[in-house]
Design a protein around this ligand. Structure first.
Ligand code: DGY
Length: 323
C-alpha cells in the first residue's frame, strides 16, 4: 500500500520521528528553523498531510494555491490560533490538535511562573550569577507568599483545571474562575473554585491571575490597560496561553508604573521577539514558550499527532478534530 506523504515542519523528539518515518513517507525539516510562506506553500502542494506547529502561520497566503495536495493539518500543540481554520475549511482540509497530554506540564509551568515572579526568583538568580550577592539579611529580596491567596483562572478547560488542582490542593489557594461556559457545581467543588460571570468581576478579587483561554481574534487583547486598572496593585499576572491575549505594551506600562506587582510570561505577541520595554522590567519573569517542554509531554504530543493521522488516513474521524 502506498504510504501517505507527511511533511513535518520542525524537528520532533527522536522516538516520534522514527515512528513517523516508519508509518508514512515523511519529510523532515532537518534545519529546524521556522519555514517561510513559500516553503509552507511547497509543503501543502507536495504532501498529503502537513504537521505544523505554533511557529507556522497557515492562512490564505499558504493555502490559496492551485497545487493544493494536503488534506489534513495535524497540528503539534493544543493551541491552533496560528491556523486559519475558516481558510482550511474552505479548502476542505481537516485540522487536528493535541489536547490532554500537555495539560499537566503546562499547569506545572504556570505554577512555576507564579512562584518565580512572587518569590523574585529571577532577580535572585541574576544577583548570584552577577556576583552581586552580599549575604543573607532579613530584608533581602522580600517577595509575596502564594499559599492561601486568591487565584483567578481565566478559562476553566483542561489546563485551567490542572492549575486549579495544584493551587487549591497544593497551596491552599482560593480559586475564582471565569469561563464562557457554565461549569457544573460538582466540578467547581472539586477544585474549591467559584465561577464569576465576567473578567471585570474576577480581576479585583485576585492576588494572582492566570490565563488559560484560547488565543486568536476572539481573545485578542482580552487583558489590556483597563483590566490592569481593575487588578490589585499587589497582584501578579501569569500567561501560559497565547501572547495575543495580553496587550503587551499596556502590560509593560502597568509593570513600569506599578499598576500591578509583576508578571510571569511564557508566550508573547510577536514571539520570538519580545518588547524591549518588557525585557527591562525586573518584576517580569520571561520564559521562552516552555509550557509543554518536557521529554514525556513532547513525545506524547507527537504520538497523539500520529494517532490523529492514522485515524484520518484509515477513514475514521480523528479524535482531536477541531475543523
Ligand atoms: C501548545 O500546545 O499550544 C503549545 O503552546 C505549543 O504550540
Amino acid at each position: 500500500m502506498v504510504k501517505p506523504r507527511v511533511f513535518v515542519t520542525r524537528r520532533w523528539p527522536r522516538a516520534v520521528e522514527a515512528m513517523l518515518a516508519d508509518k508514512f513517507e515523511a519529510t523532515f525539516n532537518s534545519s529546524d528553523r521556522a519555514l517561510s510562506v513559500a516553503e509552507l506553500r511547497e509543503a501543502v502542494a507536495s504532501a498529503d498531510a502537513v504537521l505544523p506547529t505554533v511557529t507556522d502561520r497557515i492562512g490564505p497566503a499558504v493555502l490559496e494555491t492551485n497545487r493544493l495536495r494536503t488534506k489534513i493539518l495535524a497540528n503539534y500543540g493544543v493551541g491552533f490560533s496560528h491556523i486559519d481554520v475558516a481558510a482550511a475549511q474552505k479548502w476542505g482540509i481537516t485540522v487536528t490538535n493535541t489536547p490532554d497530554v500537555l495539560s499537566e506540564c503546562t499547569a506545572d509551568l504556570a505554577l512555576t511562573l507564579m512562584l518565580m515572579v512572587a518569590r523574585r526568583v529571577g532577580e535572585g538568580e541574576r544577583e548570584v550569577r552577577s556576583d552581586g550577592w552580599t549575604g543573607w539579611r532579613p530584608t533581602h529580596l522580600l517577595g509575596t507568599k502564594i499559599s492561601g491567596k486568591t487565584l483567578g483562572i481565566v478559562g476553566f478547560g483542561r489546563i485551567g483545571r490542572a492549575v486549579a488542582k495544584r493551587a487549591h490542593h497544593g497551596f491552599g489557594m482560593r480559586v475564582v474562575t471565569y469561563d464562557r461556559a457554565q461549569i457544573d457545581a460538582g466540578t467547581l467543588a472539586e477544585f474549591g473554585a467559584e465561577q464569576v460571570q465576567s473578567i471585570d468581576e474576577l480581576l479585583p478579587r485576585c492576588d494572582f491571575v492566570s490565563l488559560h483561554c484560547p488565543g486568536g481574534d476572539e481573545n485578542h487583547h482580552l487583558i489590556g490597560a483597563r483590566q490592569f486598572d481593575l487588578m490589585k496593585p499587589s497582584a501578579f499576572l501569569v500567561n501560559t496561553a497565547r501572547g495575543e491575549v495580553v496587550d503587551e505594551r499596556a502590560l509593560a506600562h502597568a509593570l513600569w508604573f506599578d499598576t500591578i506587582a509583576g508578571a510571569g510570561l511564557d508566550v508573547y505577541e510577536g514571539e520570538p521577539s519580545i518588547l524591549p520595554e518588557l525585557c527591562g522590567c525586573e518584576n517580569a519573569v520571561l520564559l521562552p514558550h516552555l509550557g509543554s517542554a518536557t521529554k514525556e509531554t513532547r513525545e506524547a504530543m507527537g504520538f497523539r499527532v500520529i494517532e490523529n493521522l492514522t485515524d484520518f488516513f484509515e477513514g475514521r474521524t480523528p479524535k482531536d478534530m477541531v475543523a
